[in-house]
Write a protein that binds this ligand. Sequence first.
Ligand SMILES: [Zn+2]
Length: 88
Amino acid sequence: MGIPARPPVRMEWMGNLGQMKKHGTRVREVCHAPCRYYRDVDLDAAIAGVGLDFDFWDKHWICPDCGRETIFMCSAGPGTVFRPMLTQ
Ligand SMILES: [Zn+2]
């Protein structure tokens, strides 16, 4: 008997780009080690590119440094940990 896996809690501030913009959510694109590339995502630029309804859940872009898939993480604000936007 293990501990059942809890589905990730998706609060409104972790929602689509429109919700994230409204809540001032910080979003970061992260590459796994060893390359450790990351960049802060400009929500305004993202909204201009893909629209308010887009979300970063389970999205993977390509790391410009190593070519591996990146993931997205988000934080409710300063001093708050970044959580991975992955459903599994
Ligand atoms: Zn990388």
